[in-house]
Write a protein that binds this ligand. Structure first.
Ligand code: C5J
Length: 219
């Protein structure tokens, strides 16, 4: 069982019961000229995660371990978008990459560098948390997952909500600091600190090379 250095202490996982969760690495959030940038955000704070995440994904795939990608978005008729969310954003409006956060649009899909391979699981979620109104619990049960290596964007929104949901469901979550991103550096710092605070109240935090090393040492 690989063990790696993490905050607040060592993190151990079993290769038979671990999955990599890649949250919302979508063009609408990450690409220059897209929805995220149109809100005045600095998308480079998110795109810096693409490179380390690609390296991790390659190592993960080599081992044949399960990957679950998520995408935040809504049905074209917006029937799954609560009025409170609709009224405070641009969801469904025409953006640079199609209708914003609408399933099937170019901007809703995952960036090319991290495109899911055939057979990898993609969970479409209408909320911030990946467990809300999805079959993620059933998917993870079927895989026998107990430990989640968590990556993606944004740290303080969909990553945090998902980690909190997962922690409440008994999953042991390791969040990779270099593979999660926030538009706001102060939220990135605070978001990661919150996860590992109080003895790991929601989980553990480490950097992706520690996971890659742990996978290699196990071979
Ligand atoms: C946001 C997300 N930030 N994936 N979505 O609206 O974190």
């Amino acid at each position: 069982m690989p063990t790696l250095e993490a905050k607040p202490g060592p993190y151990t996982f079993n290769s038979d019961s671990v999955a990599l969760l890649v949250i919302d690495m979508q063009r609408d959030f990450l690409l220059p000229g897209g929805f995220g940038e149109s809100l005045g955000n600095d998308v480079s704070q998110l795109s810096r995660t693409i490179e380390p995440l690609s390296v991790l994904l390659a190592a993960w795939r080599t081992r044949g371990l399960p990957v679950v990608h998520t995408r935040e978005g809504h049905l074209p008729d917006l029937s799954d978008c609560p009025p409170a969310k609709l009224s405070r954003g641009q969801i469904g409006q025409e953006g640079a990459f199609g209708r914003i956060l609408i399933r099937g649009e170019y901007g809703h899909d995952i960036v090319d560098e991290l495109a899911p391979l055939d057979g990898e699981i993609v969970v479409d979620k209408p909320g911030k948390g990946a467990f809300y109104a999805t079959d993620l619990s059933e998917i993870l049960d079927k895989l026998g997952t107990r430990s989640l290596i968590v990556t993606g964007v944004t740290t303080e929104v969909c990553v945090h909500t998902t980690v909190r949901e997962a922690n409440d469901r008994g999953y042991e979550c390791l969040v990779l600091a270099d593979c999660v991103g926030s538009y706001f550096p102060e939220f990135q710092r605070a978001g990661l600190d919150m996860i590992a605070a109080q003895g790991g109240i929601f989980g553990w935090v480490a950097e992706s090379p520690t996971v890659i090393d742990a996978l290699q040492e196990e071979r």
